[in-house]
Design a protein around this ligand. Structure first.
Ligand code: ATP
Ligand code: MG
Length: 384
């Protein structure tokens, strides 16, 4: 799969962009606030069906178009194994001041945003990825969810249903706390939460060991011998007699954990156990990474998690993902830049942004397609 063309209309700082992309390494240079992150955000949105950084989707529509009740349009042409693929997302502001309506088309046919996930697999390396190490569990869960949703349709669908069920169960727990609902209504939601959660948890149990292996190998290469372990920390632990396979064990584990947490969830008015409360435990040379990693080590650990993500995606899809590196090179020393780029160029296609073109070693730049982003336009570096 290769991203051949990207078209943006009224997407953030891009009024109209029509960009042909080559295979191999593309380097997009640009000063601060010229639109480097916006560009990668657009590509990644087409891969995962939503923005990785916008709090509200209305922010994705250029301010002027949003004001006028207009729309943003993102489109990608892919050369896939199964022939060409056209992905299109429209964000329609409709009435000024309201939300946006998202419309997705694949090869011209209307689809749900969820159906987009996995068609163009991509891994995004962001400058604030150190949050994966130092930040709260939610960031690590999102990392895992976005990765596994791309890797497995079943996971993506189960996760969406799990989140819906969870919201309804939480609403019921709140109502119970306020005396507006009875406890016997819970049994139904316990069952469906355990059933959907089992797919999510089972898949995480099945995939995290492999992912951890890739991350550890990448970290060892980058750090020159350091040991980074990634383990799944579950709020619902499997019992030895839980069942024959991961999904059965996961279902039994969630059911038991829900039972055991009854008092706490009644008091708090929310579901306190399950995959939405789990975490990835990062251990660096035997100690908790969040407390013991230096800034530089955390940066390498985050990079290793992204490289591991890319490897797992390649393995599970049978096809390497598109790599998107947003301004991550400038923070690294020269040796690390070369190590990261060596691995990056082993993928068929990668887009790397940088505020400083000198952050890309000459040997890589010589082989890359170099572009410059300025004032909402993207031109070949020498012509810019
Ligand atoms: N909805 C929008 N409409 C118009 N402009 C927007 C919108 N959202 C963001 N912008 C603008 O887009 C500009 C470019 O943002 P972007 O994050 O892509 O910059 P960048 O090149 O990555 O900069 P940096 O080097 O600082 O990371 C910013 O000035 C921002 O204000
Ligand atoms: Mg940026």
């Amino acid at each position: 799969m290769r991203l051949a063309n990207l078209t943006l209309t009224n997407f953030r700082s891009y009024r109209q962009l029509d960009l042909a992309l080559s295979p191999g390494l593309t380097v997009v240079a640009g000063d601060n606030a010229e639109g480097k992150s916006n560009l990668l955000e657009a590509v990644y949105l087409l891969a995962i069906g939503k923005s990785y950084r916008a709090a509200v989707e209305r922010d994705l529509v250029s301010w002027q178009a949003a004001e006028e009740g207009g729309y943003a349009m993102l489109a990608a042409s892919l050369d896939g194994r199964g022939g060409p693929l056209e992905l299109r997302v429209a964000l329609d502001c409709g009435e000024a001041g309201g939300g946006v309506i998202k419309r997705v088309r694949v090869n011209g046919l209307p689809k749900r945003a969820l159906d987009l996930v996995g068609l163009m697999s991509a891994a995004l390396f962001a400058a604030d990825d150190v949050g994966l190490v130092f930040g709260p569990p939610a960031g690590r869960r999102r990392y895992l969810d976005v990765l596994l949703a791309q890797a497995s349709r079943r996971y993506a669908q189960a996760l969406a249903r799990y989140q819906k069920t969870l919201a309804q169960r939480n609403a019921l727990l709140r109502a119970m706390r306020e005396g507006r609902a009875r406890e016997d209504e819970l049994a139904f939601w316990d069952e469906s939460l355990a059933a959907e959660g089992a797919v999510v948890l089972g898949e995480r149990w099945a995939r995290v060991p492999g992912l951890g292996g890739y991350v550890a190998a990448a970290f060892e290469r980058l750090s020159g011998g350091g040991a980074l372990a990634v383990d799944y920390a579950a709020t619902a632990e499997p019992s030895p007699d839980g069942g024959a396979n991961d999904a059965d064990r996961a279902e039994a584990a969630i059911r038991a954990a829900l039972q055991a947490s009854r008092r706490q969830e009644r008091a708090q008015g929310m579901t306190v156990v399950g995959p939405h409360r789990d975490d990835l435990r990062l251990t660096l040379d035997g100690a908790a990474a969040s407390r013991h990693a230096s800034r530089g080590q955390a940066r390498l650990a985050a990079l290793a998690m992204r490289l591991g993500e890319a490897r797992l995606l390649a393995e599970s899809k049978g096809e390497p993902p598109l790599l998107l590196l947003d301004d991550v090179l400038s923070e690294l020393d020269e040796r690390r830049r070369a190590l990261v780029l060596e691995e990056v160029v082993s993928y068929p296609q990668a887009i790397v942004t940088t505020a400083d073109l000198n952050a890309v070693p000459r040997s890589f730049l010589a082989r890359a397609c170099a572009l410059r982003v300025s004032e909402g336009r993207i031109l070949p570096e020498e012509a810019a």
